[in-house]
Design a protein around this ligand. Sequence first.
Ligand SMILES: Nc1ncnc2c1ncn2[C@@H]1O[C@H](COP(=O)(O)OP(=O)(O)OP(=O)(O)O)[C@@H](O)[C@H]1O
Ligand SMILES: [Mg+2]
Length: 292
Amino acid sequence: MKAIEKTEIEGAPAPRRGKVRDVYDLGDKLLIVATDRVSAFDVILPDAIPEKGKMLTAISLFWFRQTEDIIENHIISTDVSDFPQPFRAHRELLEGRSILAKKASVIPVECIVRGYLSGSGWKSYKETGSVCGIKLPPGLKESSKLPVPIFTPSTKAAEGHDMNISFEECERTAGTKEAGMLKDYTLKIYERARSIALKKGTIIADTKMEFGLLDGRIILIDELLTPDSSRFWSVEGYREGVGQDSFDKQIIRDALSAMDWDMQPPAPRLPEEVLLKAAARYKDILKTLTAC
Ligand SMILES: Nc1ncnc2c1ncn2[C@@H]1O[C@H](COP(=O)(O)OP(=O)(O)OP(=O)(O)O)[C@@H](O)[C@H]1O
Ligand SMILES: [Mg+2]
């Protein structure tokens, strides 16, 4: 199976290529195509994972449906027959990995919620006892469940790495009322998702979401609760006090961290075995979450 690393569609406007998605601007709508590109530490890797874009799209759609009573989302249609030309003529390429979306004005804050201590949150807690300015009780260990989930926003850097910000900075960026709403939505969506996932044997340790403004309303955009934007752990294998064997991109991050790489582009190539393992994990999580 060949990976789709980028899309070229004759007659379409040139897309904006993000790290993972090719985004075609259609005026008041967007045609968003999830490619098979892989990014880690905010850098696009030279290797892609076949079908990854389809898996991400299916997982996002599952969550958008599960949360649509909490907040309006950007999905208009995922049916290629509803897409305008020239896209409609490219079913083979686009099916399963594309959405016709409402175009919103992106609120430049990454809305991160953490239910467990891991990654940069664990690092910061070890050093300061708090995460993004939120004081946490003493005695927590790596991967500990937090007493309550916390909202830890970060900037959406146009280039390079996103930076954690305090809630006050989030208020300055998004507006006071809006920041409060972002926090409420983020926590509500996380609570809903985490109880659904838990019933299926999966812990959502943390996740990141994005919101946009449309005609004065805040709507949910981008992707939702995918392995690219979240840490998924298995309930079965969960152990407090150590790093978890993760379903998500952690396999790739770990392999890269073990290499002598300064996290600046270009990224090194990954061994075939790491890519296959990561691909298998994407498949697993899709199957686990969407199974009835
Ligand atoms: N409904 C929407 N309206 C406007 N922009 C959107 C919408 N949904 C997603 N986006 C934007 O489209 C892009 C999706 O591409 P991708 O996720 O590959 O980008 P990225 O490399 O993560 O870029 P960024 O750093 O800007 O998030 C993101 O910039 C995201 O903010
Ligand atoms: Mg993104």
